[in-house]
Design a protein around this ligand. Structure first.
Ligand code: ADP
Ligand code: MG
Length: 726
């Protein structure tokens, strides 16, 4: 070890770690520690924080204590150090008495260079007594955001670190974190009593990451399309619950994507197997809860998808940060629905009041990030206390597809005024209500309906004003109160703006639907708003021609919903076509060719990237009833009896039969109809359908003579569709 002490830090870097150069400010940081100064390091994940304490630890006399919350990773880190030939050890609850005695002995003998300690072990009295006897060079507090309740990973034991370290004498400290909003940063420094520390903060900008937020509608379908567009690349899909992880992993597998699940509820051996498969590229996509990723260093993760909305921007930033560590462009996609925010709020219900409020503010920030149409990079960096110049970053959805802009001068003035008039003591919801002129209980209880600014913005909604207030924050006319969560104060810039206003550019927010579509529907019904209207019209014209040739009404060929789906997913083969709603085997065979040819030509001419490989397969959810009913009808069982066999009403059975028929299956129900009606009656209804414009039941009831019952019409419609349409 003596020889190392004489080497320069640069030489040690090469000799021990095998690296040629320091990254970013590593060298400066190391020198600062070597000089015995308190040091505070804020660097994004993957930047190389560990080296900042590892290298001085081996160079300095004595033992460095490393406090880290991740017991699970401690052993890995120690193994890694040992592999470099460094004497590192750990002290935590997983050690037996004799093992920890060994560690202590080696430390007291001055052999251990790095001693990793879990915070709960640090606070044990016997350990404090031991550390007092040891020669400690400095203490490193890794993942220091765990000190702060304002972060996303608060650990109460972290709050006691300083008082314990104080008992060990005056030892220098280095705190390291990848998440530090100004508030968390202040909290860490205060709590560790290291306000004098030299701060090293590198930019949080990850310029190779593309940020994108999509409404959570048909999310499964979009997910498959997205992953298939990145075929063969590594990616992580984050979900909030274990159940969701299982469901999505299974869903991806069914759709021929090489995916595996990962969550804390799995058996350790399965979890490790899946993680290794991902690292070794035997698995392309890992579907995981946030339990996955910490300490994992896979450089070529090409995409990170948040299938569910994350709980905080800190979390979102950390998780997206796992993409593109090799500096190659990578994608970060989040599916957003306000429902997810509401769900998360519900989870927080059982928490203590202050914790719940914190969690709520973090969620509010998340929602506002998602809904905002301001540059995502600008918002993220602002959140971490960094400024991003006005220019277009060109690497986020909002910059690539800018939304409508408006001059925000008068709006920003009102936003500042409402902050001033309410004495810089209220949160965004309250301010929005006051501006919009809501006579809510809350507003009235503060007499804020008497303020001059009350209702000055009543031509807009509270939601609109909240967006304005957020943009006023981004413009730095107001700032977050660092001590009181959610509260805004006016900045110097804002005060100047009040007296001498000027034009500022604001952007209209996205209007994500408050009621996100339930995902269960997504795989079954195609979003009909999104279909290609041009193609739909062409298909309709073709349908007419074909219908005329065959002497059938057009709706018999393909229904409108079928064609809307075709104009959404562009089926180009017979197999694709069969997956379209309302199209069965025989229908595809009978009428499909012309349509497929047309779609192929259309796709080619218009250079469309098709959705057809995205046709969703849902694993075995075909109703048992369907098979049962079809087989009963094949055996010519009376409807009443079939219904009884499944404990349904006759009505329900007819509905199911219609469902099966309109879903594309041919049903021969003559045996039953013949019992109910004679040929003439049947003929009349069939004639009607042959000449009708539509298969609508209401229209048929209207048009047909009153002595045909609804039941008869419905059954005949099934017979007619089965004979002609399938
Ligand atoms: P952080 O803790 O900041 O997330 P780590 O300390 O885990 O990051 O380092 C991330 C990766 O960068 C590690 O694989 C590490 O070996 C590597 N690394 C750190 N410093 C250097 C350097 N100067 N040159 C090359 N690689 C480095
Ligand atoms: Mg680290």
């Amino acid at each position: 070890m003596d020889t190392i002490v004489e080497l320069s830090v640069k030489e040690t870097l090469k000799k021990v770690f095998g690296f040629d150069n320091f990254r970013g400010s590593q060298e400066e940081i190391i020198n600062n520690i070597m000089d015995g100064n308190n040091t505070f390091v804020i660097m994004p994940t993957g930047a190389g924080k560990s080296l900042c304490y590892q290298l001085p630890a081996i160079t300095k006399e004595g033992t460095a204590i490393v406090i880290s919350p991740l017991i699970a990773l401690m052993k890995n880190q120690v193994d890694q150090m040992n592999a470099f030939g460094i004497n590192a050890r750990f002290l935590n609850s997983t050690l037996s008495k004799s093992e920890s005695n060994k560690v202590k002995k080696s430390t007291l003998a001055g052999e251990t260079k790095l001693l990793y300690v879990a915070p709960e072990s640090l606070t044990k009295e016997e350990n404090v007594a031991f550390l007092q006897q040891a020669n400690i060079s400095f203490a490193a507090i890794d993942e220091a955001h765990c000190i702060s309740e304002w972060g996303h990973d608060f650990r109460p034991e972290y709050r006691r670190i300083k008082s314990i370290l104080a008992q060990l004498g005056d030892i220098p400290m280095i705190a390291l974190t990848a998440t530090a909003t100004p508030k968390v940063q202040l909290d860490i420094q205060k709590n560790l009593d290291m306000e004098n520390a030299r701060l090293f903060q590198s930019s949080f900008n990850r310029d190779n990451l593309y940020y994108e937020v999509k409404p959570k509608q048909q999310a499964k379908k979009h997910l498959i399309k997205f992953i298939k567009d990145h075929r063969g690349q590594s990616g992580i899909v984050y979900c909030l619950s274990r159940k969701k992880v299982e469901e999505i992993a299974n869903f991806l597998q069914v759709n021929d994507i090489n995916a595996a699940p990962y969550h804390a509820g799995m058996e350790a051996k399965d979890r490790i197997k899946n993680q290794d498969a991902f690292l070794n590229e035997d698995t392309d996509v890992i579907v995981a809860t946030i339990a996955f990723g910490m300490g994992i260093d896979k450089p070529d993760v090409r995409f990170v998808v948040h299938y569910d909305v994350p709980k905080s921007i800190e979390g979102y930033y950390q998780e997206t940060g796992r993409a593109g560590r090799d500096s190659i462009n990578s994608n970060c996609l989040m599916f957003y629905s306000y429902n997810d925010i509401l769900k998360l709020e519900k989870f927080n219900k059982d928490k203590a009041v202050s914790e719940r409020e914190n969690a709520k503010f973090l969620l509010d920030e998340m929602a506002s990030y998602a809904e905002s149409s301001v540059c995502r990079r600008k918002q993220l960096l602002h959140y971490f206390g960094e400024e991003w110049p006005e220019e277009n970053c060109n690497m986020c959805d909002n910059c690539r597809h800018p939304r409508e802009k408006f001059d925000g001068e008068s709006m920003a003035l009102l936003a500042i005024e409402v902050v001033v008039e309410t004495k810089e003591r209220f949160d965004i919801n309250h301010l929005g209500e006051v501006l919009a002129g809501e006579h809510s209980q809350h507003v009235k209880s503060y007499n804020h309906d008497k303020l001059e600014v009350f209702g000055k913005g009543n031509d807009h909604t509270e939601l609109y004003w909240k967006s304005v207030i957020r943009q006023t924050l981004l413009a730095e006319f107001i700032e977050k109160d660092i001590d009181i969560p959610g509260v805004f104060k006016v900045t110097e810039k804002g005060k100047k703006f009040l007296t001498d206003p000027y034009s500022v550019e604001f952007t209209k927010d996205h209007e994500f639907e408050i009621e996100g579509h339930e995902e269960e529907f997504e795989t079954e019904s195609i979003n009909t708003q999104a279909y290609d209207k041009v193609l739909f019209d062409i298909l309709k014209a073709l349908r007419k021609t074909v219908a005329r040739k065959k002497g059938l009404p057009p709706y018999v060929i393909f229904s409108d919903p079928s064609m809307e789906e075709m104009a959404t997913v562009y089926p180009m083969t017979n197999d694709d076509l069969k997956k379209i709603i309302g199209v069965g085997e025989s229908k595809a065979r009978k009428f499909g060719k012309d349509f497929i040819d047309l779609i192929q030509k259309y796709v080619e001419e218009n250079d469309i990237s098709t959705f057809s490989d995205v046709l969703i397969k849902t694993a075995g959810i075909k109703s048992k009833n369907k098979i049962f009913i079809i087989s009963q009808i094949d055996r010519k069982i009376d409807f009443e009896e079939i219904a009884e066999g499944k404990s349904m009403t006759y009505e329900q059975l007819v509905e199911e039969v219609e469902h099966i028929c309109f879903g594309g299956t041919k049903l021969d129900i003559d045996y039953y109809i013949n019992q109910l009606m004679d040929d003439d009656r049947q003929g009349d209804i069939a004639d009607y359908f042959m000449s009708a414009e539509t298969d609508s039941l209401e229209v048929a009831l209207d048009e047909l003579d009153e002595d045909y019952s609804e039941d008869e019409i419905r059954l005949m419609r099934v017979k007619f569709m089965s004979e002609h349409a399938h």
